[in-house]
Design a protein around this ligand. Structure first.
Ligand SMILES: *Cc1c(COP(=O)(O)O)cnc(C)c1O
Length: 397
């Protein structure tokens, strides 16, 4: 059969066609009125997309670049920081904070788990200058309780900052950035914004801007204060990734369209979309007797354990060879143990039903056992029907 190449990976994610055409035809120089207008519109829309009144910056780098910027701008060598880690991306925080000479306290829980709020509370004290965490840990598919963690951090007053890597959280998870008091929240273009890699962004609180005037870690390209000053004048400090800004403008218009002209509403719709795709996928996997890897699964992606005695690399390979569908293997020590199906950004009902239909065949092939065809699809259909009928009731009410 004909195969269409489809990404089900937690970044890069499928591209929005309107974003692709916008970038293909974009030629404006960055120091022009045309680009300034696009830039200012995009920064204003990004606040709506993130759901914040804080200043938003968009930089030319991958997500890790802005993770690094948050460490180098907010800490001085020797500062005590607390990293909450439950996977590969949590470990990245530890590596970054160490690279900038921080004294790193680590609250670590096993892969697939999330943190107990009591443990977080117990590890916090007034020496901790910043707490670093993921909203959704893309290596395990776990969702962390950012609201609960933020409450604990904020109870400490202004001396402890909360920095959230929401690179797969934004657009898949309801996050009340300002209401909860998140100081820096970070996202990336190749996730829910349905664009190629190359841009990363953050929203920064007044508390965090103040901290930056006292900190001593070296920074140059990633000096956020410099970038903020330029942004206030409608410009970037250095050459921006101009064509990616054009793509970003188109992606934000698409999200606005999902909210019938209201971008904040569109963002909520995008999150609800991911929630439904994820719930369908979890139900489908369970109907095939598969176990989920994460105890508190995120809507960003579903990490599914390989059946006993089967290497998940075989499952990933079979998806690729049989259907040209790219699903992600486990990372690091998790390689071979699980596979990950993403719901971040440009996924819909048909993608979700399709990947579950393919999963039935993949599983039959790699296990050599007979599968009740339709079991995963049926379970997903039931989830879908239930979510649609509750929506109808809401409309009727
Ligand atoms: C994708 C991702 C990142 C960023 O990775 P880059 O390759 O630097 O863009 C960071 N954290 C999480 C949770 C991610 O999913």
């Amino acid at each position: 059969m004909l195969h269409k190449n489809r990404l089900f990976t937690p970044g890069p994610t499928p591209l929005l066609p309107a974003a692709q055409t916008a970038m293909a035809s974009f030629t404006a120089h960055h120091r022009t009125a045309d680009f300034r207008a696009l830039f200012q519109r995009v920064l204003a829309d990004m606040k709506e997309f993130i759901g914040t009144k804080n200043d938003v910056l968009v930089l030319a780098c991958s997500g890790t670049g802005v993770m690094e910027a948050s460490v180098s701008n907010l800490t001085s060598p020797g500062d005590k920081v607390l990293v909450l880690t439950a996977g590969k991306f949590g470990e990245r925080w530890t590596g970054l904070a160490k690279a900038f000479g921080c004294h790193v306290e680590v609250l670590e829980v096993p892969y697939g788990q999330t943190f107990s709020l009591d443990d977080v509370r117990a590890r916090l004290n007034h020496q901790v200058r910043a707490v670093f965490v993921q909203a959704t840990e893309s290596s395990t598919g776990a969702r962390h309780d950012i609201e609960g963690i933020a409450k604990i951090v904020r109870a400490h007053g202004d001396e402890t900052l909360l920095v959230v890597d929401a690179i797969t959280g934004l657009g898949t998870t309801h996050l009340d950035v300002d209401g909860w008091g998140v100081d820096v929240i970070i996202g990336g273009s190749q996730k829910a914004l349905m664009m190629p890699p190359g841009l990363a962004y953050c929203a920064v609180s007044e508390r965090a801007w103040k901290r930056m005037d006292q900190t001593l870690s070296p920074r140059y390209y990633f000096d956020l204060r410099k970038e903020r000053k330029s942004a206030a004048k409608g410009e970037t400090a250095y050459t921006p990734a101009t064509s990616l800004f054009a793509a970003l403008g188109a992606a934000l218009e698409f999200v606005r369209g999902m909210g019938n002209g209201d971008l904040a509403k569109g963002r909520e719709e995008l999150v609800n979309n991911a929630e439904i795709c994820a719930e369908m996928t979890r139900a489908g996997a369970k109907a095939l007797g598969l176990k989920l890897y994460a105890a508190s699964p995120a809507a960003a992606l579903t990490a599914i354990c390989a059946p006993d005695g089967i290497d998940s690399s075989k499952i990933v390979k079979e998806f690729r060879e049989g259907f040209d569908a790219v699903v992600a293997n486990g990372q690091g020590e998790m390689k071979g143990k699980l596979f990950r199906i993403a719901h971040i950004g440009y996924y819909d009902y048909l993608d979700t039903i399709g990947i579950l239909g393919a999963l039935e065949h993949v599983l039959a092939k790699v296990t050599g056992k007979s599968i009740e065809y339709g079991a995963a699809v049926r379970a997903a259909q039931e989830v879908y029907a239930r979510t649609q009928s509750s929506k109808q009731q809401l409309v009727g009410a």
